[in-house]
Write a protein that binds this ligand. Structure first.
Ligand code: NOJ
Length: 548
Protein backbone atom coordinates (compact mmCIF):
# COMPACT_ATOMS: atom_id res chain seq x y z
CA UNK A 1 0.00 0.00 0.00
CA UNK A 2 1.35 3.41 -0.97
CA UNK A 3 0.92 6.51 1.16
CA UNK A 4 0.36 4.68 4.41
CA UNK A 5 2.17 7.46 6.24
CA UNK A 6 -0.67 9.83 5.41
CA UNK A 7 -3.47 7.42 6.17
CA UNK A 8 -5.56 7.10 9.30
CA UNK A 9 -6.40 3.59 10.49
CA UNK A 10 -9.79 2.90 12.03
CA UNK A 11 -9.93 -0.14 14.29
CA UNK A 12 -13.08 -2.21 14.21
CA UNK A 13 -13.82 -4.65 17.00
CA UNK A 14 -16.27 -6.72 14.92
CA UNK A 15 -18.13 -8.27 17.87
CA UNK A 16 -19.13 -4.84 19.07
CA UNK A 17 -19.41 -2.76 15.93
CA UNK A 18 -22.75 -3.51 14.24
CA UNK A 19 -25.00 -6.55 14.37
CA UNK A 20 -27.02 -7.19 11.21
CA UNK A 21 -28.99 -10.31 12.12
CA UNK A 22 -30.21 -9.71 15.65
CA UNK A 23 -28.09 -12.36 17.40
CA UNK A 24 -26.47 -9.75 19.62
CA UNK A 25 -23.02 -10.15 18.07
CA UNK A 26 -21.58 -7.72 15.56
CA UNK A 27 -20.87 -9.17 12.11
CA UNK A 28 -19.41 -8.54 8.68
CA UNK A 29 -22.69 -7.49 7.09
CA UNK A 30 -22.97 -5.00 9.92
CA UNK A 31 -19.58 -3.56 9.01
CA UNK A 32 -20.61 -3.38 5.35
CA UNK A 33 -23.67 -1.38 6.32
CA UNK A 34 -21.42 1.20 8.01
CA UNK A 35 -18.80 1.63 5.29
CA UNK A 36 -20.21 4.96 4.16
CA UNK A 37 -19.91 6.26 7.71
CA UNK A 38 -16.25 5.19 7.84
CA UNK A 39 -15.52 6.64 4.43
CA UNK A 40 -17.12 9.91 5.45
CA UNK A 41 -14.98 10.00 8.59
CA UNK A 42 -11.90 9.74 6.39
CA UNK A 43 -10.64 6.33 7.49
CA UNK A 44 -8.51 4.89 4.71
CA UNK A 45 -7.50 1.66 6.38
CA UNK A 46 -9.75 -0.57 8.46
CA UNK A 47 -8.14 -2.93 10.94
CA UNK A 48 -10.48 -5.79 11.81
CA UNK A 49 -9.85 -7.69 15.00
CA UNK A 50 -9.78 -11.44 14.26
CA UNK A 51 -12.75 -12.79 12.32
CA UNK A 52 -11.47 -16.34 11.76
CA UNK A 53 -13.14 -19.49 13.01
CA UNK A 54 -12.60 -19.60 16.74
CA UNK A 55 -14.17 -21.00 19.90
CA UNK A 56 -13.97 -17.44 21.21
CA UNK A 57 -12.20 -18.06 24.51
CA UNK A 58 -10.24 -14.89 23.82
CA UNK A 59 -12.65 -13.20 21.43
CA UNK A 60 -11.04 -14.54 18.29
CA UNK A 61 -7.38 -14.42 19.33
CA UNK A 62 -7.72 -18.17 19.61
CA UNK A 63 -7.88 -19.19 15.96
CA UNK A 64 -9.20 -22.67 15.14
CA UNK A 65 -8.97 -22.32 11.37
CA UNK A 66 -7.02 -19.61 9.58
CA UNK A 67 -8.93 -20.18 6.34
CA UNK A 68 -12.46 -19.84 7.63
CA UNK A 69 -14.61 -16.99 8.84
CA UNK A 70 -16.23 -17.38 12.23
CA UNK A 71 -19.90 -18.19 11.47
CA UNK A 72 -20.90 -15.68 14.17
CA UNK A 73 -19.47 -12.99 11.89
CA UNK A 74 -20.66 -14.40 8.56
CA UNK A 75 -19.16 -16.29 5.64
CA UNK A 76 -16.23 -15.94 3.27
CA UNK A 77 -18.70 -14.51 0.76
CA UNK A 78 -19.56 -11.79 3.25
CA UNK A 79 -15.88 -11.11 3.73
CA UNK A 80 -15.34 -10.81 0.00
CA UNK A 81 -18.29 -8.47 -0.22
CA UNK A 82 -16.64 -6.38 2.48
CA UNK A 83 -13.40 -6.32 0.53
CA UNK A 84 -15.27 -5.15 -2.58
CA UNK A 85 -17.11 -2.55 -0.55
CA UNK A 86 -13.89 -1.08 0.77
CA UNK A 87 -12.16 -1.27 -2.62
CA UNK A 88 -15.02 0.61 -4.27
CA UNK A 89 -14.65 3.36 -1.72
CA UNK A 90 -10.87 3.58 -2.00
CA UNK A 91 -10.37 2.01 1.41
CA UNK A 92 -8.24 -0.94 2.53
CA UNK A 93 -8.51 -3.76 5.02
CA UNK A 94 -5.83 -5.12 7.28
CA UNK A 95 -6.49 -8.41 9.02
CA UNK A 96 -5.50 -9.19 12.57
CA UNK A 97 -3.35 -12.28 12.45
CA UNK A 98 -2.26 -14.38 15.39
CA UNK A 99 0.76 -16.55 14.68
CA UNK A 100 2.22 -16.77 18.15
CA UNK A 101 -0.44 -19.28 19.15
CA UNK A 102 -3.60 -20.96 17.92
CA UNK A 103 -6.67 -22.23 19.67
CA UNK A 104 -6.42 -25.65 21.28
CA UNK A 105 -9.29 -26.47 18.90
CA UNK A 106 -7.06 -26.01 15.85
CA UNK A 107 -6.50 -29.29 13.97
CA UNK A 108 -2.74 -28.86 14.37
CA UNK A 109 -3.03 -28.80 18.13
CA UNK A 110 -5.45 -31.70 18.25
CA UNK A 111 -2.89 -33.76 16.33
CA UNK A 112 -0.06 -32.31 18.36
CA UNK A 113 -1.53 -33.63 21.59
CA UNK A 114 -2.47 -36.95 20.02
CA UNK A 115 0.96 -38.53 20.48
CA UNK A 116 4.61 -37.55 20.73
CA UNK A 117 5.22 -39.24 17.37
CA UNK A 118 2.60 -37.31 15.50
CA UNK A 119 4.35 -35.01 12.98
CA UNK A 120 2.29 -32.13 14.37
CA UNK A 121 3.52 -32.68 17.92
CA UNK A 122 6.44 -30.38 17.28
CA UNK A 123 4.21 -27.62 15.86
CA UNK A 124 3.82 -26.51 19.49
CA UNK A 125 6.17 -26.12 22.44
CA UNK A 126 6.07 -29.22 24.62
CA UNK A 127 8.41 -29.99 27.53
CA UNK A 128 8.80 -32.84 29.95
CA UNK A 129 8.04 -32.15 33.60
CA UNK A 130 10.98 -31.12 35.76
CA UNK A 131 10.88 -32.86 39.15
CA UNK A 132 7.21 -33.50 38.57
CA UNK A 133 6.52 -29.80 37.99
CA UNK A 134 6.20 -27.21 35.25
CA UNK A 135 9.41 -26.84 33.18
CA UNK A 136 9.91 -23.30 34.54
CA UNK A 137 8.13 -20.57 36.50
CA UNK A 138 6.99 -18.40 33.59
CA UNK A 139 3.60 -16.82 34.02
CA UNK A 140 0.73 -16.63 31.58
CA UNK A 141 -0.24 -13.07 30.75
CA UNK A 142 -3.76 -14.02 31.76
CA UNK A 143 -2.69 -15.23 35.21
CA UNK A 144 -1.29 -18.50 36.59
CA UNK A 145 1.44 -20.66 35.09
CA UNK A 146 2.33 -20.43 31.38
CA UNK A 147 2.38 -24.25 31.24
CA UNK A 148 -0.50 -26.68 31.03
CA UNK A 149 -0.07 -30.34 31.84
CA UNK A 150 -1.34 -32.96 29.43
CA UNK A 151 -1.89 -36.23 31.23
CA UNK A 152 -1.94 -38.43 28.17
CA UNK A 153 1.49 -37.29 27.00
CA UNK A 154 2.91 -36.58 30.45
CA UNK A 155 4.21 -33.30 29.07
CA UNK A 156 3.49 -29.62 29.48
CA UNK A 157 2.71 -27.24 26.65
CA UNK A 158 3.52 -23.55 26.71
CA UNK A 159 0.76 -20.95 26.58
CA UNK A 160 1.76 -17.34 27.14
CA UNK A 161 -1.95 -16.46 27.13
CA UNK A 162 -4.97 -18.57 28.07
CA UNK A 163 -4.43 -22.31 28.44
CA UNK A 164 -6.62 -22.73 25.36
CA UNK A 165 -4.04 -20.72 23.36
CA UNK A 166 -1.01 -23.01 22.93
CA UNK A 167 2.13 -21.30 21.58
CA UNK A 168 3.36 -22.34 18.14
CA UNK A 169 6.89 -23.61 17.70
CA UNK A 170 8.58 -21.34 15.18
CA UNK A 171 11.66 -23.58 15.14
CA UNK A 172 9.67 -26.16 13.24
CA UNK A 173 10.19 -25.50 9.49
CA UNK A 174 6.95 -27.19 8.49
CA UNK A 175 4.94 -25.09 10.91
CA UNK A 176 6.67 -21.97 9.59
CA UNK A 177 5.95 -22.96 6.00
CA UNK A 178 2.27 -23.58 6.84
CA UNK A 179 1.98 -20.07 8.27
CA UNK A 180 3.70 -18.49 5.26
CA UNK A 181 1.36 -20.32 2.91
CA UNK A 182 -1.65 -19.09 4.84
CA UNK A 183 -0.38 -15.49 4.81
CA UNK A 184 0.08 -15.71 1.03
CA UNK A 185 -3.47 -17.00 0.68
CA UNK A 186 -4.85 -13.92 2.45
CA UNK A 187 -2.58 -11.60 0.48
CA UNK A 188 -3.85 -13.13 -2.76
CA UNK A 189 -7.38 -12.50 -1.61
CA UNK A 190 -6.62 -8.81 -1.77
CA UNK A 191 -6.22 -7.62 1.80
CA UNK A 192 -3.79 -4.71 2.22
CA UNK A 193 -1.89 -6.03 5.19
CA UNK A 194 -1.78 -7.56 8.63
CA UNK A 195 -1.80 -6.42 12.20
CA UNK A 196 0.45 -9.06 13.70
CA UNK A 197 -0.62 -10.04 17.18
CA UNK A 198 2.17 -10.27 19.82
CA UNK A 199 4.61 -10.79 16.98
CA UNK A 200 7.64 -9.96 19.13
CA UNK A 201 7.01 -13.09 21.19
CA UNK A 202 7.19 -15.74 18.50
CA UNK A 203 10.82 -16.76 18.97
CA UNK A 204 11.44 -18.57 22.23
CA UNK A 205 14.97 -19.34 23.40
CA UNK A 206 15.99 -22.98 23.52
CA UNK A 207 16.97 -22.58 27.14
CA UNK A 208 13.97 -21.52 29.14
CA UNK A 209 15.36 -20.42 32.51
CA UNK A 210 13.26 -19.45 35.52
CA UNK A 211 12.60 -15.76 36.00
CA UNK A 212 12.96 -13.96 39.35
CA UNK A 213 9.24 -13.13 39.75
CA UNK A 214 10.40 -10.05 41.70
CA UNK A 215 8.01 -7.70 39.90
CA UNK A 216 5.15 -8.44 37.57
CA UNK A 217 7.57 -7.80 34.71
CA UNK A 218 9.85 -10.66 35.84
CA UNK A 219 7.45 -13.29 34.59
CA UNK A 220 9.58 -14.77 31.80
CA UNK A 221 9.01 -12.03 29.24
CA UNK A 222 12.66 -10.95 29.20
CA UNK A 223 13.50 -14.34 27.68
CA UNK A 224 10.96 -14.49 24.91
CA UNK A 225 10.21 -10.82 24.06
CA UNK A 226 12.21 -10.02 20.90
CA UNK A 227 13.62 -13.54 21.16
CA UNK A 228 16.69 -14.89 19.36
CA UNK A 229 15.30 -15.39 15.84
CA UNK A 230 12.40 -12.99 15.72
CA UNK A 231 13.90 -10.58 13.17
CA UNK A 232 14.95 -13.47 10.98
CA UNK A 233 11.42 -14.90 10.95
CA UNK A 234 9.86 -11.55 10.18
CA UNK A 235 12.32 -10.84 7.42
CA UNK A 236 11.35 -14.20 5.92
CA UNK A 237 7.69 -13.16 6.07
CA UNK A 238 8.68 -9.96 4.29
CA UNK A 239 10.55 -11.78 1.56
CA UNK A 240 7.86 -14.36 1.00
CA UNK A 241 4.71 -12.30 1.49
CA UNK A 242 4.74 -8.70 2.73
CA UNK A 243 7.26 -7.30 0.26
CA UNK A 244 5.80 -9.05 -2.77
CA UNK A 245 2.37 -7.61 -2.06
CA UNK A 246 3.50 -4.17 -0.75
CA UNK A 247 1.61 -4.87 2.43
CA UNK A 248 1.06 -2.58 5.35
CA UNK A 249 2.18 -4.52 8.41
CA UNK A 250 1.69 -3.45 11.98
CA UNK A 251 3.63 -5.24 14.65
CA UNK A 252 2.07 -5.46 18.08
CA UNK A 253 5.23 -4.95 20.11
CA UNK A 254 4.50 -4.84 23.81
CA UNK A 255 7.56 -4.44 26.11
CA UNK A 256 9.83 -3.78 23.11
CA UNK A 257 12.46 -1.06 23.57
CA UNK A 258 13.05 1.66 20.97
CA UNK A 259 16.21 0.15 19.45
CA UNK A 260 14.35 -3.09 18.77
CA UNK A 261 11.30 -1.28 17.39
CA UNK A 262 13.64 0.49 14.97
CA UNK A 263 14.95 -2.86 13.82
CA UNK A 264 11.41 -4.05 13.23
CA UNK A 265 10.32 -0.99 11.27
CA UNK A 266 13.27 0.65 9.53
CA UNK A 267 12.41 -0.04 5.87
CA UNK A 268 16.03 -0.91 5.03
CA UNK A 269 15.69 -4.05 7.12
CA UNK A 270 12.60 -5.26 5.27
CA UNK A 271 10.56 -6.39 8.22
CA UNK A 272 7.42 -4.45 9.23
CA UNK A 273 5.83 -1.11 8.38
CA UNK A 274 5.12 0.20 11.86
CA UNK A 275 5.36 -0.48 15.56
CA UNK A 276 2.35 -0.57 17.85
CA UNK A 277 3.89 -0.19 21.31
CA UNK A 278 2.44 0.27 24.77
CA UNK A 279 4.95 2.12 26.92
CA UNK A 280 2.86 5.30 26.95
CA UNK A 281 -0.26 3.47 28.11
CA UNK A 282 1.62 1.84 30.96
CA UNK A 283 2.21 5.14 32.74
CA UNK A 284 -0.48 4.14 35.18
CA UNK A 285 1.11 0.75 35.96
CA UNK A 286 3.20 1.45 39.10
CA UNK A 287 6.31 -0.78 38.85
CA UNK A 288 4.71 -2.53 35.93
CA UNK A 289 1.68 -3.66 37.94
CA UNK A 290 -1.53 -3.36 35.98
CA UNK A 291 -4.14 -4.48 38.47
CA UNK A 292 -3.94 -1.61 40.95
CA UNK A 293 -5.88 1.62 41.10
CA UNK A 294 -3.54 4.32 40.05
CA UNK A 295 -3.24 7.72 38.46
CA UNK A 296 -0.38 8.87 36.23
CA UNK A 297 1.94 11.84 35.92
CA UNK A 298 1.80 13.90 32.75
CA UNK A 299 5.57 14.40 32.97
CA UNK A 300 6.03 10.62 32.65
CA UNK A 301 3.61 10.41 29.74
CA UNK A 302 5.37 13.24 27.92
CA UNK A 303 8.74 11.62 28.46
CA UNK A 304 7.70 8.24 27.04
CA UNK A 305 5.98 9.78 24.05
CA UNK A 306 8.89 12.13 23.36
CA UNK A 307 11.53 9.42 23.69
CA UNK A 308 9.65 7.36 21.11
CA UNK A 309 9.03 10.30 18.81
CA UNK A 310 12.70 11.27 18.76
CA UNK A 311 14.14 7.75 18.94
CA UNK A 312 12.06 6.38 16.09
CA UNK A 313 12.70 9.41 13.94
CA UNK A 314 16.46 9.24 14.49
CA UNK A 315 16.51 5.52 13.78
CA UNK A 316 14.27 5.65 10.72
CA UNK A 317 11.48 3.62 12.33
CA UNK A 318 7.77 4.42 12.25
CA UNK A 319 5.25 4.60 15.09
CA UNK A 320 1.60 3.69 15.20
CA UNK A 321 -0.15 6.39 17.29
CA UNK A 322 -3.04 5.50 19.55
CA UNK A 323 -4.62 6.13 22.93
CA UNK A 324 -6.95 3.18 23.09
CA UNK A 325 -7.75 -0.16 21.56
CA UNK A 326 -9.64 -3.31 22.47
CA UNK A 327 -7.06 -4.13 25.17
CA UNK A 328 -7.13 -0.76 26.91
CA UNK A 329 -9.72 1.08 28.94
CA UNK A 330 -11.28 4.10 27.25
CA UNK A 331 -8.70 6.87 26.99
CA UNK A 332 -10.86 9.80 28.11
CA UNK A 333 -11.78 7.93 31.30
CA UNK A 334 -8.19 6.95 31.90
CA UNK A 335 -6.25 10.12 31.16
CA UNK A 336 -8.70 13.01 31.42
CA UNK A 337 -12.32 13.61 32.34
CA UNK A 338 -15.17 11.54 30.90
CA UNK A 339 -17.82 13.54 32.72
CA UNK A 340 -17.99 17.34 32.82
CA UNK A 341 -15.29 17.86 30.20
CA UNK A 342 -15.96 14.77 28.16
CA UNK A 343 -16.04 16.41 24.77
CA UNK A 344 -13.03 18.63 25.48
CA UNK A 345 -11.10 15.60 26.72
CA UNK A 346 -11.86 13.57 23.60
CA UNK A 347 -10.79 16.42 21.35
CA UNK A 348 -7.63 17.09 23.36
CA UNK A 349 -6.51 13.49 22.96
CA UNK A 350 -7.27 13.57 19.25
CA UNK A 351 -5.28 16.77 18.81
CA UNK A 352 -2.23 15.44 20.61
CA UNK A 353 -2.34 12.12 18.75
CA UNK A 354 -2.67 13.70 15.32
CA UNK A 355 0.03 16.25 16.13
CA UNK A 356 2.64 13.53 16.69
CA UNK A 357 4.65 11.67 14.08
CA UNK A 358 3.34 8.28 13.07
CA UNK A 359 0.21 6.72 11.67
CA UNK A 360 -2.84 7.56 13.80
CA UNK A 361 -5.33 4.91 14.85
CA UNK A 362 -8.89 5.64 15.88
CA UNK A 363 -10.48 2.87 17.92
CA UNK A 364 -14.21 2.52 17.30
CA UNK A 365 -16.19 4.82 19.54
CA UNK A 366 -13.30 7.15 20.25
CA UNK A 367 -14.67 9.48 17.60
CA UNK A 368 -17.87 9.86 19.62
CA UNK A 369 -16.12 10.07 23.02
CA UNK A 370 -17.23 6.70 24.34
CA UNK A 371 -16.24 6.12 27.96
CA UNK A 372 -15.58 3.23 30.35
CA UNK A 373 -18.31 0.70 31.10
CA UNK A 374 -18.21 1.07 34.92
CA UNK A 375 -19.54 -2.46 35.50
CA UNK A 376 -20.49 -3.06 39.11
CA UNK A 377 -20.44 -6.85 39.25
CA UNK A 378 -18.04 -9.51 37.98
CA UNK A 379 -20.91 -11.31 36.24
CA UNK A 380 -21.06 -8.43 33.77
CA UNK A 381 -17.59 -9.30 32.49
CA UNK A 382 -16.83 -11.73 29.72
CA UNK A 383 -13.10 -11.22 29.23
CA UNK A 384 -10.91 -14.02 30.70
CA UNK A 385 -8.08 -11.64 31.55
CA UNK A 386 -10.36 -9.42 33.64
CA UNK A 387 -12.13 -12.33 35.30
CA UNK A 388 -8.83 -14.03 36.25
CA UNK A 389 -7.47 -10.75 37.58
CA UNK A 390 -10.58 -10.26 39.70
CA UNK A 391 -10.27 -13.71 41.27
CA UNK A 392 -6.55 -13.26 41.92
CA UNK A 393 -7.19 -9.89 43.56
CA UNK A 394 -9.88 -11.30 45.81
CA UNK A 395 -7.77 -14.36 46.68
CA UNK A 396 -4.90 -12.07 47.63
CA UNK A 397 -7.10 -10.12 50.04
CA UNK A 398 -8.78 -7.31 48.09
CA UNK A 399 -12.42 -6.78 48.95
CA UNK A 400 -14.95 -7.41 46.19
CA UNK A 401 -15.56 -3.67 46.05
CA UNK A 402 -11.84 -2.89 45.65
CA UNK A 403 -11.44 -5.53 42.95
CA UNK A 404 -14.41 -4.17 41.02
CA UNK A 405 -13.06 -0.63 41.28
CA UNK A 406 -9.73 -1.79 39.86
CA UNK A 407 -11.50 -3.48 36.96
CA UNK A 408 -13.61 -0.39 36.38
CA UNK A 409 -10.40 1.48 35.84
CA UNK A 410 -8.11 -1.05 34.19
CA UNK A 411 -10.15 -3.74 32.44
CA UNK A 412 -10.02 -3.94 28.67
CA UNK A 413 -13.69 -4.87 28.70
CA UNK A 414 -14.31 -1.14 29.17
CA UNK A 415 -13.64 -0.58 25.50
CA UNK A 416 -15.58 -3.55 24.22
CA UNK A 417 -19.07 -2.20 24.85
CA UNK A 418 -21.09 -2.16 21.63
CA UNK A 419 -20.79 0.90 19.44
CA UNK A 420 -23.36 3.58 20.20
CA UNK A 421 -24.98 4.43 16.90
CA UNK A 422 -28.25 6.10 17.81
CA UNK A 423 -30.99 6.52 20.39
CA UNK A 424 -32.83 3.30 19.53
CA UNK A 425 -32.77 0.22 21.75
CA UNK A 426 -29.17 -0.95 22.36
CA UNK A 427 -27.98 2.20 20.66
CA UNK A 428 -28.87 0.72 17.27
CA UNK A 429 -26.15 -1.93 17.66
CA UNK A 430 -28.54 -4.88 17.67
CA UNK A 431 -32.23 -5.63 17.65
CA UNK A 432 -31.47 -8.63 19.88
CA UNK A 433 -29.69 -8.91 23.19
CA UNK A 434 -26.10 -7.57 22.98
CA UNK A 435 -23.32 -9.99 23.95
CA UNK A 436 -21.97 -7.32 26.30
CA UNK A 437 -24.48 -4.98 27.89
CA UNK A 438 -24.04 -1.34 28.81
CA UNK A 439 -25.39 -0.62 32.28
CA UNK A 440 -25.53 3.15 32.08
CA UNK A 441 -27.64 5.19 29.71
CA UNK A 442 -25.52 7.42 27.55
CA UNK A 443 -26.51 10.25 25.27
CA UNK A 444 -23.31 10.19 23.27
CA UNK A 445 -24.00 8.46 19.92
CA UNK A 446 -23.03 8.74 16.28
CA UNK A 447 -26.47 10.19 15.63
CA UNK A 448 -26.12 12.83 18.34
CA UNK A 449 -22.62 13.68 17.13
CA UNK A 450 -23.73 14.08 13.52
CA UNK A 451 -26.37 16.54 14.71
CA UNK A 452 -23.71 18.75 16.32
CA UNK A 453 -21.79 21.09 14.10
CA UNK A 454 -18.70 21.12 16.28
CA UNK A 455 -18.85 17.76 17.97
CA UNK A 456 -16.09 15.24 18.54
CA UNK A 457 -16.92 13.39 15.33
CA UNK A 458 -16.53 16.42 13.10
CA UNK A 459 -13.34 17.32 14.98
CA UNK A 460 -11.85 13.94 14.07
CA UNK A 461 -13.04 14.29 10.51
CA UNK A 462 -11.34 17.65 10.09
CA UNK A 463 -8.16 16.45 11.77
CA UNK A 464 -7.90 13.36 9.57
CA UNK A 465 -8.26 15.50 6.47
CA UNK A 466 -5.86 18.17 7.72
CA UNK A 467 -3.16 15.68 8.60
CA UNK A 468 -3.38 13.85 5.29
CA UNK A 469 -2.43 17.04 3.46
CA UNK A 470 0.05 18.51 5.93
CA UNK A 471 3.69 17.50 5.35
CA UNK A 472 4.80 19.05 8.66
CA UNK A 473 2.67 16.49 10.47
CA UNK A 474 3.88 13.61 8.35
CA UNK A 475 7.60 14.35 8.16
CA UNK A 476 8.37 17.19 10.55
CA UNK A 477 10.86 16.92 13.41
CA UNK A 478 9.52 16.68 16.92
CA UNK A 479 10.52 18.79 19.88
CA UNK A 480 9.15 18.75 23.42
CA UNK A 481 8.99 22.09 25.24
CA UNK A 482 8.52 22.82 28.92
CA UNK A 483 9.10 19.16 29.71
CA UNK A 484 8.74 19.50 33.48
CA UNK A 485 5.41 21.27 33.39
CA UNK A 486 3.07 18.91 35.27
CA UNK A 487 -0.11 20.10 33.53
CA UNK A 488 0.79 21.14 30.02
CA UNK A 489 1.93 19.10 27.05
CA UNK A 490 3.62 21.47 24.62
CA UNK A 491 5.37 20.15 21.52
CA UNK A 492 6.42 21.46 18.14
CA UNK A 493 6.84 19.88 14.75
CA UNK A 494 9.13 21.53 12.21
CA UNK A 495 9.70 21.07 8.50
CA UNK A 496 11.69 23.42 6.27
CA UNK A 497 11.34 26.28 8.73
CA UNK A 498 7.56 25.86 9.17
CA UNK A 499 6.04 24.81 12.42
CA UNK A 500 3.03 23.24 14.00
CA UNK A 501 2.75 23.66 17.75
CA UNK A 502 0.38 21.81 20.03
CA UNK A 503 -0.36 23.06 23.53
CA UNK A 504 -2.66 20.97 25.68
CA UNK A 505 -3.80 21.53 29.23
CA UNK A 506 -4.16 18.07 30.79
CA UNK A 507 -5.58 19.52 34.02
CA UNK A 508 -8.94 20.83 35.20
CA UNK A 509 -7.34 24.17 36.12
CA UNK A 510 -7.34 27.52 34.36
CA UNK A 511 -3.75 28.25 33.40
CA UNK A 512 -2.24 31.40 31.98
CA UNK A 513 0.56 30.29 29.69
CA UNK A 514 3.17 32.57 28.13
CA UNK A 515 4.00 31.81 24.52
CA UNK A 516 5.89 33.36 21.61
CA UNK A 517 4.08 34.07 18.37
CA UNK A 518 3.18 30.58 17.14
CA UNK A 519 1.15 31.62 14.09
CA UNK A 520 -2.53 31.04 13.56
CA UNK A 521 -4.86 28.76 15.44
CA UNK A 522 -5.86 25.84 13.21
CA UNK A 523 -7.60 23.65 15.77
CA UNK A 524 -8.93 24.12 19.25
CA UNK A 525 -11.34 22.24 21.44
CA UNK A 526 -12.90 25.48 22.71
CA UNK A 527 -14.90 27.82 20.49
CA UNK A 528 -12.47 30.70 20.83
CA UNK A 529 -8.85 30.90 21.86
CA UNK A 530 -8.04 33.59 24.43
CA UNK A 531 -4.63 34.94 23.55
CA UNK A 532 -3.62 38.42 24.66
CA UNK A 533 -0.12 39.94 24.74
CA UNK A 534 1.59 36.58 24.46
CA UNK A 535 -0.55 35.04 27.20
CA UNK A 536 -2.65 32.06 26.33
CA UNK A 537 -5.51 31.66 28.80
CA UNK A 538 -6.08 27.94 28.90
CA UNK A 539 -9.30 26.60 30.36
CA UNK A 540 -9.69 23.05 31.76
CA UNK A 541 -8.52 20.48 29.19
CA UNK A 542 -8.07 23.13 26.53
CA UNK A 543 -5.89 22.18 23.57
CA UNK A 544 -4.76 24.35 20.68
CA UNK A 545 -2.87 23.63 17.47
CA UNK A 546 -1.02 26.56 15.90
CA UNK A 547 0.65 26.75 12.53
CA UNK A 548 3.14 29.25 11.17
C1 NOJ B 1 -3.04 -9.20 22.01
C2 NOJ B 1 -4.46 -8.97 21.64
O1 NOJ B 1 -4.64 -7.63 21.28
C3 NOJ B 1 -5.30 -9.40 22.82
O2 NOJ B 1 -6.63 -8.98 22.72
C4 NOJ B 1 -5.16 -10.87 22.97
O3 NOJ B 1 -5.83 -11.31 24.13
C5 NOJ B 1 -3.68 -11.28 23.08
N1 NOJ B 1 -2.85 -10.60 22.14
C6 NOJ B 1 -3.51 -12.76 22.85
O4 NOJ B 1 -3.65 -13.06 21.50
Amino acid sequence: MKDWKKATVYQIYPRSFQDSNGDGVGDIQGIISRLDYLKDLGAEVLWLNPVYKSPGRDNGYDIADYYEINPEFGTMDDFEQLLDGTRNRGMKIIMDLVVNHTSDQHEWFKMSRDSKDNPYHDYYIWKDPVDGHEPNNWKSKFGGSAWEYDEKLNQYYLHLYDRTQPDLNWRNPKMKASIMEMMKWWADKGIAGFRLDVINNISKPLEMPDDTLETSMDDGRKFYTNGPHVHEYIHEMYEEVFGKHSMLTVGELSSTPIDEAIKFTNPDREELTMAFTFHHVKVDYPNGAKWVKSGYKLVDLKKVISDWQIGMQNGGGWNALFWGNHDQPRAISRFLDDNKYREESAKLLALVEFGLQGTPYVYQGEEIAMKNAYFTDISQYNDPESINAYHELVEKGSSVQEAIEILQQKSRENSRLPMQWDSQKNYGFTTGSPWLKAINKDTQTVESEIAKKDGVLSFYKKLIEFRRNEPILIDGNYQLLDENNPDIFYFKRELNGHHISVIANFSDKDIVYKIDDLGTVKFSNYKETILENGELKLRPYEAVLFQD
